[in-house]
Design a protein around this ligand. Structure first.
Ligand SMILES: Nc1ncnc2c1ncn2[C@@H]1O[C@H](COP(=O)(O)OP(=O)(O)OP(=O)(O)O)[C@@H](O)[C@H]1O
Length: 250
């Protein structure tokens, strides 16, 4: 579904040697859930912006569905780190944004969105404004807006980073159930190792120094998983292994 090959990027035109990403390669198969972890500033969000088409690489290729994709904007569902809900638009109008952009039939989509809002426990908030929502609710609205792009590949940039641990656990169960049902392909940024192991089929570890290579870890743990899975010995072993890798990398 997604193939990134030898991707390099720098924000500095004066000093091209100051690369944020250097020859990064990743592959995501259809239906996979893959996380990207790495220290702050290692270039995770930059990688997502490159895949989404908001930035252009200085080197390397990005293929979506087997095709080299130079015009990538709108080809993937992208949920940025900040939820970016427009404060002057209601929940419904925020979710309708991607539909307005491609000039689809809004009335038809509203019926579908109302069904999703009910499933997301937000049916009473259709006409609420973002400031009236809790953090978890805002993330669900932002996720629903990403879903409404209709894209099969979703890039989720640290969607639960700002949530308290109880809400986060609820959101994990919610996302695991939804992912199982929707059969979307997900690329997910997180700083939380437990979250990465619980949700993912594989994890990419982005190096803090762009001269080093990206590492890949397979999460060979059975599915379906629930949020209680984190207490099982195989999960704890996996976490130890990941911590060892991160420690060695540092
Ligand atoms: N628009 C920009 N102009 C210049 N430098 C930038 C810009 N955006 C990001 N950077 C720099 O690029 C590097 C990578 O940033 P990026 O946001 O991709 O990191 P990240 O791994 O997602 O970090 P975090 O985990 O803190 O979100 C950082 O050093 C950052 O300061």
């Amino acid at each position: 579904m997604l193939s990134v090959k030898d991707l390099s990027y720098t924000f500095s035109n004066e000093d091209p040697s100051k690369q944020i990403l250097s020859r990064v390669s990743i592959d995501i198969k259809t239906g996979e859930f893959v996380s990207v972890i790495g220290t702050s500033g290692s270039g995770k969000s930059t990688l997502f912006k490159l895949i989404a088409g908001l930035l252009e690489p200085i080197e390397g290729q990005i293929q979506i569905n087997g095709k080299q994709c130079d015009k990538r904007l709108g080809k993937v569902g992208y949920m940025p780190q900040k939820d970016l809900l427009l404060p002057w638009r209601t929940v419904m109008d925020n979710i309708l944004l991607p539909i307005e952009l491609v000039k689809e039939n809004k009335k038809q989509k509203m019926v579908e969105i109302r069904e999703w809002l009910t499933r997301f426990g937000l049916s009473e908030y259709e006409n609420a404004y973002p400031h009236e929502l809790s953090g978890g609710m805002r993330q669900r609205v932002a996720f629903l807006r990403t879903l409404m792009t209709g894209r099969d590949l979703l890039l989720l940039d640290e969607p639960f980073g700002a949530l308290d641990s109880m809400t986060k656990r609820k959101m994990h169960s919610w996302l695991l159930e939804l992912w199982g049902e929707l059969q979307k392909t997900v690329l997910f940024i997180t700083h939380d190792l437990e979250e990465a192991i619980l949700l993912s089929d594989r994890i990419y570890l982005l190096p803090s120094d762009s001269s080093q290579i990206i590492q890949e870890v397979k999460i060979n743990l059975p599915r379906p998983r629930s949020s209680n899975f984190i207490y099982q010995s195989e999960f704890i072993e996996m976490r130890k292994e990941l911590e060892r890798l991160i420690h060695d990398e540092g």
